[in-house]
Design a protein around this ligand. Structure first.
Ligand SMILES: Nc1nc2c(ncn2[C@@H]2O[C@H](COP(=O)(O)OP(=O)(O)OP(=O)(O)O)[C@@H](O)[C@H]2O)c(=O)[nH]1
Ligand SMILES: [Mg+2]
Length: 337
């Protein structure tokens, strides 16, 4: 499935049906009076979040969405039918912004969360409504109101428990592949991953979602490499797992490059709970690896986990440490909602 995290769409709710101007004409009934019914209400446009999607790609092929207009009123006091509503399905984690004002209209985070984006117009009143003691034969009937129309931007931000960050080739996709059933592309060249990808890991009866995002390099916040656009997908992760390639010459410097990019992005990403792991343990002799790990841990002032995405070594130790923190954060979200 192709990945698209931004889309601009036009939505138009249905116009209300027109009220009807009609008079009762029946044999043997004199002065039948007005009997024009009201127009029906125009259909609404709703946006609903679903977990079955993780891309906005559908909105690349269709950008205009209209709800049906209300049916016109008819004689014999018949009210027009309501226009059919239109519902747009978006992945959980989609934000909706007004194109003109830039104002955020909604943030659909929970499954089945739904908002009314454009309201249908009310139906016009038929002439029966205007009958009064002094005007027994009104010819006035109102037209239906226009339905709302607007242009909006949809911004999808993936929702995951842990976001994987690091330089290209650090082994992020390899880690995702080993820890989950996701099958991201893994290759020995930078920027193998071009779009974020999700995977669900199961450990000791608990499930958590990992998000692999394209690698960052120095200057990503200025658009170097693939830029830092995909960092928006980390915004919703409660934790970040920073993977560092142990075979690089200076892991401390590598670490700082990524931290600098996080800070430059400007959505408080640098304040997220960070776990650091040194990957590719299998490629170095044990002693060298431990020396690098100790050096990095001393530099950071926090533990550094040892990993090998290839042999899956160190996964259990990392998950054992991560899991209690993840459970806590899930509970905190539930408490709020
Ligand atoms: N020996 C060994 N090789 C690894 C390990 N982890 C990753 N690799 C290799 O490193 C290369 C890059 O791995 P990827 O998983 O594609 O790296 P990435 O961080 O996703 O890279 P980008 O998608 O470019 O950002 C691949 O050739 C992997 O096979 C590891 O633990 N041990
Ligand atoms: Mg990758």
């Amino acid at each position: 499935m192709k990945f698209l995290d931004r889309a601009k769409i036009y939505v138009k709710a249905g116009d209300g049906g027109n009220g009807c101007c009609s008079f009762r004409h029946e044999k043997f009934i004199e002065f039948g009076g007005p009997d024009g019914g009201d127009g029906g209400r125009g259909g609404d446009v709703f946006v609903k979040a679903t977990r079955n999607l993780n891309t906005l790609i559908d909105y690349r092929y269709q950008q205009h969405f209209r709800a049906e207009r209300g049916k016109h009123g008819k004689g014999h006091q018949k009210t027009g039918a309501k226009g059919t509503d239109t519902t747009l399905y978006v992945p959980c984690g989609t934000q909706i912004f007004d194109d003109t004002t830039g104002f955020m209209i909604a943030d659909l985070v929970l499954e089945n969360q739904q908002i009314l984006l454009a309201q249908g117009g009310r139906g016009g009143r038929g002439n029966i409504r205007f009958k009064t003691s002094t005007n027994q034969a009104p010819t006035r009937a109102d037209p239906g109101e226009l339905g709302e129309e607007l242009v909006v931007w949809l911004h999808m931000k993936l929702i995951a428990d842990i976001g994987l960050i690091g330089l290209p080739n650090a082994g992020k996709s390899s880690f995702l592949k080993a820890a989950t059933k996701a099958r991201p592309k893994v290759a020995n060249y930078p920027f193998t991953t071009l779009h974020p990808q999700l995977g669900v890991a199961c450990y000791k009866g608990k499930e958590f979602v990992l998000a692999d995002i394209p690698g960052l390099i120095a200057g990503a916040h200025q658009g170097v490499g693939l830029g830092d656009r995909f960092l928006s997908h980390i915004e919703r992760c409660s934790h970040v797992l920073h993977l560092i390639d142990a075979t690089l010459e200076n892991p401390c410097e590598t670490y700082q490059i990524i931290r600098h990019e996080l800070a430059s992005y400007g959505a408080e990403l640098e304040h997220k709970r960070e776990w650091v792991a040194l990957n590719k343990k299998d490629l170095l002799p044990q002693q060298d690896f431990e020396k690098t790990r100790e050096k990095l841990a001393a530099h950071l002032g926090q533990p550094v986990f040892a990993l090998s995405a290839q042999t899956q070594e160190g996964f259990n130790a990392l998950f054992d440490a991560l899991l209690p923190a993840l459970v806590c954060s899930t509970m905190a979200v539930d408490d709020v909602s």
